[in-house]
Ligand binder design. Structure first.
Ligand SMILES: Cc1ncc(COP(=O)(O)O)c(C=O)c1O
Length: 398
């Protein structure tokens, strides 16, 4: 019997997937392969290990046999602990409105899967960590960006321009405040205006608030958290808040996060979690309880020390000719200009190759980020000083 061979061309992923942006930070890191001593300020991660009491809780849970699947939405004691934590920061939030996820990235994907489909229009405020822009595209949506402006007061939002972009046919607004990469924090009044506008037109808001505890505004001592959509919205509105254990408790590698959303969405969210990850690991969830219940002092001390690092690095960088840097109100990055940053990818590759300084190119965060570089300052100040010294050496040679 003769076999019929059908030719389909070379195997390839869907067009929408092939069109996704590859990570430019990775490209810079690759340029540094073979460089013996790189100071990596390019990733959004502290150089400190997760606090001992959280690691102990995971160890105890493993020893006790927490190795099984859990409920899709997370174990009840963690949802309860998160409900108390969120309620203390942002007003009454019942466990029915909370889903545990496999970190912030997974929470963003789930949130988008809940409300966005092929052909939908999504708006995002940029410069922005690429995931928020690329995730809706995986689902076949089109994403329009509205850029923050850079000026004498650092990064600011022209809220009228954002409202104009939020046309009635818009399905979803993706917002991240405190923002990666700029450190911009959305003002309460702007949140109010956006929420009212979205209510009027039935537009969903996905608010990525993973940096909410890394907040340095004048009112930080009182609120202990950046302005949140949860402070303004009722729990049954079209608002989905995404959060993570990664930043406030230095748990990046644990992959644990959560969503606050209307309880009416939870059955459908549960199905999506089933088909994505089924659940977050049980012993990691136990560690999450320790973080939320016992980690308040740690979170506050971390924010204070990051604020000091921010001020230190801003002070050092502003003494370098040609550098324009401002102290942002949140997150753990400086997003600043310097000579040569007009081609930020080339500049960052040269920085890592020539002096072992690892920064992220602004263009990694969208065309609006070109002209800038991002420096993560979540590390020992002595290491920041070594980085500044390398930057001086690099610029002196040019
Ligand atoms: C803006 C933003 N959202 C979400 C995340 C997700 O972090 P994780 O998946 O570790 O929770 C990050 C990580 O850097 C981020 O910068």
């Amino acid at each position: 019997m003769s076999e019929t061979v059908i030719r389909h061309g070379a195997p390839s992923a869907r067009d929408a997937v092939r069109a996704l942006r590859p990570s430019q930070i990775r490209e810079v890191a690759n340029a540094g392969f073979g460089v013996a001593d790189v100071l990596p300020f390019w990733f959004g991660e502290s150089d400190q290990v997760t606090p001992q009491f959280i690691r102990d809780a995971a160890g105890d849970a493993l020893a006790a046999g927490a190795t099984f699947y859990t409920h899709n939405l997370g174990i009840a004691p963690l949802r309860e602990a998160l409900s108390e934590y969120v309620s203390a920061l942002h007003g009454a939030t019942s466990p029915d409105c909370i889903a545990v996820t496999s970190a912030g990235v997974n929470a963003l994907m789930l949130a988008a899967q809940l409300v966005v489909g092929a052909g939908d229009r999504v708006v995002a405020v940029t410069p922005l960590w690429p995931n928020l822009v690329e995730i809706p595209k995986i689902l076949g949506a089109s994403v329009e960006t509205v850029s923050l402006d850079y000026g004498a007061h650092g990064w600011t939002l022209d809220v009228e321009r954002l409202l104009a972009a939020l046309t009635p046919d818009t399905r979803l607004l993706m917002l991240n405040s405190p923002n990666n990469p700029t450190g911009w924090v959305m003002a309460r009044d702007d949140q109010r205006a956006v929420l009212e506008h979205c209510r009027r037109h039935g537009i969903w808001i996905v608010a990525d608030e993973v940096y909410e505890r890394l907040y340095y505004g004048d009112d930080a001592g009182v609120t202990a958290s950046a302005p949140s959509f949860l402070d303004l919205a009722a729990r049954d509105e079209r608002v989905i808040c995404v959060n993570s254990f990664s930043k406030a408790w230095l748990m990046t590698g644990w992959r644990l996060g959560w969503i606050v959303a209307p309880s009416a969405l939870m059955d459908d969210l549960s199905k999506l979690i089933e088909y994505n990850t089924s659940c977050a690991p049980a012993f990691v969830q136990q560690a999450g309880i320790a973080a939320v219940r016992e980690g308040e002092r740690f979170a506050q001390e971390l924010a204070a020390s990051l604020r000091a690092s921010r001020d230190h690095l801003v002070g050092e960088l502003s003494q370098i000719a040609g550098v324009d840097v401002k102290a942002p109100l949140g997150a753990m990055y400086l997003f600043f200009t310097l000579p040569g940053a007009g081609h930020s990818l080339d500049l960052c590759k040269a920085l890592v190759r020539e002096v072992g300084l690892g920064l992220a190119p602004g263009s990694a965060f969208g065309a609006e980020g070109e002209g800038f570089v991002r420096w993560c300052y979540a590390c020992d100040p002595a290491r920041l000083d070594r980085g500044v010294e390398r930057l001086r050496r690099f610029l002196a040679r040019r």
